[in-house]
Every structure is written in structure tokens, then in C-alpha cells.
Design a protein around this ligand. Structure first.
Ligand code: FAD
Ligand code: NAP
Length: 362
């Protein structure tokens, strides 16, 4: 397990042209005119000097939530600051810090191996630790905000490191302060987690209920564990989430995708009730604030898009929320398909689907 902070590096940042095909999980062919890798916090001032020479800065982690154009003239910085450390073993929580460039799944795996439980529902999400707060990543009933202690970010124009709390980050459903404002304003360099002790399993999602043969999961299990009568451990849940995701979601290494392409719309109860009256199969979930979350994948499926293709872009045949690159798609192909889906869903349900990935405009 690497220590954090990592050994300092003051290696100069020399921008170079870079093929970004391997830096975006949609596998879109994209080139950066000026690309640098940030390996250490010691290089942040130099990065600000460089950023002053460009109109915009694109901060890139694993490119798993991005739609990139064919050419990017802005400065692109890939964040590769690594390291993981236990800050404190408090009676009520493990406090862990990870460098922004760590692989998210690698970090979750380390935590489970060390017995720092609490992130297992977020296993196998692609990308980096630094990007996780940007859209407050979530899956299977846990979101980053539930396990967040704080982060350290560099303000590129003001040239200062800032410690931020959850309140500062303004976390919301797949959203935070980092998704708003000027792109490239902040570079997150480290994230701290508070993993509650004692640990409690989160097993509400239907796929997990089915996997563990619990009461709430109806229907035949798509995949289930070998029977065991004991309560699932964090490692069991980690393995379950990995199994379920591998079965249901396309592996970006095999077929280009950016995960869910649209957010699940949040609507007032009156809107959901009216829709449910017209469409009794509507899939929706009550939210703590009284609103309802509609399953966008269901809306798209009902419009007949599952498994369909438009140009070189397609809709995944097992999960309609995922748009895929059929081989040679461009950002324009992906966005044309997204627009067609948005039109159909709007015409049928009067719901405007909002893209989840960052669409980088050149
Ligand atoms: P990138 O795509 O590189 O960047 C995303 C955004 O974060 C950009 O705005 C970028 O500028 C910004 N950013 C990146 N790094 C930093 C940094 N260090 N400082 C400041 N800004 C930064 N998401 C979920 O929430 N839940 C899921 O279950 C989930 N499953 C997925 C499954 C698949 C197969 C795929 C392809 C994607 C999935 N995603 C999911 C989306 C994606 O994995 C997450 O949003 C992830 O956090 C993106 O990480 P990244 O490093 O690839 O970010
Ligand atoms: P799923 O379990 O088939 O559920 C469909 C949708 O219903 C999900 O989007 C989920 O919302 C919602 N949902 C299901 N059970 C819920 C409950 N008990 N309470 C509240 N909401 C509930 O979804 P899936 O596609 O297989 O994905 C499984 C999990 O991985 C989901 O949490 C999903 O968000 C996450 N995931 C995210 C991405 C991404 O790119 N963002 C990609 C793949 C998977 P939520 O999305 O709000 O959880």
C-alpha cells in the first residue's frame, strides 16, 4: 500500500500532444494539443503558470464520465497524485486519505482488504479518487457524501490549496460545486473518508436483495452467491457488487461507454402520481425530500431504445441508460443519439433527461 503524500516531484511540466483515446472510456478518438501529467502537489504552482497561457483547463482523471471532441486546444492535465494512508482509527470511524490519482476501484479494494469497511457498495466504479466527489458518485444505495470527511483542492487561478468540507462541496444527487462554475477552477489532490464504526451493511437495492436471497428482492436472481446462512460481510457485498456489475454493465475495455448517460430525473410527487396513473409500470423511488426519482433506464426502454443504434452510437442491450460506442463513434454521434432519446422521452413522458457525463465543448 503506497504512503501518502507520495515522494515529491518537481519535474517540469512540458505540454505535449497526446492521443486521448485511451484516456476516455467511451473510446472516442481525441487529441490534446497540450497535455501534462500532474504527479505531485509540488507541481501545482507550475501548473497554474502554464494554465495562465491557455483560455481553459481540462482536468482529466480516468475519462470515464466525459464526452471528448476530436481535438482539444485547451491545456489538459491528467491528475496522477497517488498514495493511501490511514489518518486515524477513531472509535466511531476510520479516517482514510487517498491521492486524487488513485484508481477508485483499487482504493475500494485496499479499504476492504484492510478491514476499513463502508465503501464496498461503490466497488468497480471506473475512474479516480479525485473525480469521485465531482459528481458525488453513487451506487447500490451508498454515495460518496455518505462516507466523506473532507478534501484538499488547488484553486488554479488563486494559486492556493483549500481544505473543503461536505458543506463546501455542496453535494447533491450526482452533483457538487465542482460540476458548476468555470471548468478547471479546482484540482482535487486528496480526498478524506470517514468510514463509520461499527460497520453496517447497505443491502436495500433489489439486485443485492436478490443476490443474497433477502426478502425484498422479487423475481429470479440474475446471479446469486453460493448459499450461506450468515449475514453478508463487507467483503461479501464487495464481491456481490463486482459480480452484478460485471454481468449487467459493459466493460469499457471491451465496448466503449461512460456508464449511465442520463441522470435519473427527480420530480415532485404530483408529477410522479400523474405519470403512474397513465403508465402503471413506471419505476420510481421516494426521496427523503418528498420528491420521487424516476428510473431513466425504464423511460428509455419503454421508448424502444434498448439495444438500438443510431450511426456509430448505440444503446446497451442490457441497460438502456448506457450509451455505447459501436466502434468509430464521435462525440457528435453520441450526442445525436442522446438528443433523439431525450426527444422521445420528452414526447412520451414530458420529462427532460439531463446528461450525466461532462460534455467537453471545444
Ligand atoms: P473523468 O471522467 O476524467 O472526469 C469527470 C469530471 O471530473 C470532469 O469534470 C473532470 O474535469 C473532473 N475531474 C476529474 N478529476 C478531477 C480532479 N482531480 N480534480 C477536479 N476535477 C476532476 N458513476 C457513478 O456515480 N456511479 C456508478 O455506479 C458509475 N458506474 C460507471 C460504470 C461505468 C462502466 C462507467 C464507464 C462509468 C461509471 N460511472 C459511475 C461514471 C464514472 O465512473 C464516475 O463519474 C467517475 O467518478 C469518473 O472518474 P474519472 O476519473 O474517470 O473522471
Ligand atoms: P438498478 O439497480 O437496475 O436500478 C435502477 C435505478 O433505480 C437505479 O438508477 C437506482 O437509482 C434506482 N433504484 C433502485 N433501487 C433503489 C432503491 N432501493 N432506492 C432508491 N433508488 C433505487 O440500476 P443499475 O443500472 O443496475 O445500477 C446499479 C447501481 O449502480 C445504481 O445505484 C446506479 O446508480 C449505479 N450505476 C451508476 C452508473 C453511472 O454511470 N452513474 C453506471 C452504472 C451503475 P440510483 O442510480 O440513484 O442508484
Amino acid at each position: 500500500m503506497p504512503d501518502f503524500p507520495q515522494a515529491s516531484s518537481t519535474a517540469p511540466l512540458t505540454p505535449a500532444r497526446q492521443d486521448l483515446t485511451q484516456f476516455n472510456t467511451l473510446g472516442l478518438s481525441a487529441w490534446a494539443d497540450a497535455f501534462v501529467t500532474l504527479r505531485s502537489v509540488d507541481q501545482l504552482s507550475a501548473l497554474s503558470d502554464l494554465a495562465d497561457q491557455y483560455s481553459r483547463l481540462l482536468v482529466l482523471g480516468g475519462g470515464s464520465n466525459m464526452v471528448l471532441p476530436a481535438r482539444i486546444e485547451s491545456l489538459v492535465t491528467h491528475v496522477a497524485v497517488t498514495g493511501v494512508r490511514l489518518i486515524e482509527a477513531r472509535p466511531d470511524a476510520w479516517i482514510i486519505e487517498a491521492g486524487a490519482g488513485e484508481s477508485w476501484h483499487g482504493f475500494v479494494t485496499t479499504c476492504v482488504e484492510q478491514g476499513w469497511d463502508g465503501l464496498e457498495n461503490l466497488a468497480l466504479i471506473p475512474g479516480t479518487v479525485g473525480a469521485a466527489p465531482v459528481q458525488n458518485i453513487g451506487a447500490y444505495g451508498v454515495e460518496l457524501a455518505d462516507r466523506f470527511q473532507g478534501l484538499t483542492a488547488w484553486n488554479v487561478r488563486q494559486r492556493r490549496l483549500v481544505d473543503m468540507t461536505a458543506t463546501d462541496c455542496q453535494f447533491a444527487y450526482r452533483d457538487s460545486i465542482f460540476k458548476h462554475g468555470e471548468p478547471g477552477e479546482w484540482i482535487i489532490v486528496a480526498v478524506r473518508f470517514a468510514l463509520p464504526r461499527p460497520w453496517q451493511a447497505v443491502l436495500e437495492y433489489p439486485d443485492l436483495q436478490r443476490y443474497f436471497g433477502l426478502s425484498g428482492g422479487t423475481g429470479a436472481p440474475a446471479i446469486s452467491r453460493t448459499h450461506s446462512s450468515s449475514a453478508p460481510t463487507a467483503r461479501d457485498i464487495f464481491n456481490a457488487v463486482c459480480d452484478i456489475r460485471r454481468q449487467k454493465l459493459p466493460d469499457p475495455a471491451v465496448i466503449g461507454n461512460a456508464g449511465s448517460f442520463f441522470k435519473n430525473p427527480l420530480v415532485e410527487a404530483s408529477v410522479r402520481d400523474a405519470l403512474l396513473a397513465q403508465h402503471p409500470g413506471l419505476v420510481s423511488y421516494p426521496q427523503p425530500d418528498g420528491r420521487y426519482k424516476l428510473a431513466a433506464g425504464w423511460l428509455i426502454d419503454q421508448c424502444g431504445w434498448k439495444g438500438k443504434q443510431l450511426g456509430a452510437a448505440g444503446v446497451h442491450d442490457r441497460q438502456a441508460l448506457v450509451l455505447v460506442n459501436k466502434g468509430s463513434a464521435t462525440a457528435a454521434d453520441i450526442m445525436a443519439l442522446a438528443a433523439a432519446i431525450q426527444r422521445d422521452v420528452s414526447a412520451r413522458y414530458h420529462i427532460q433527461l439531463e446528461p450525466e457525463p461532462v460534455i467537453w465543448q471545444q
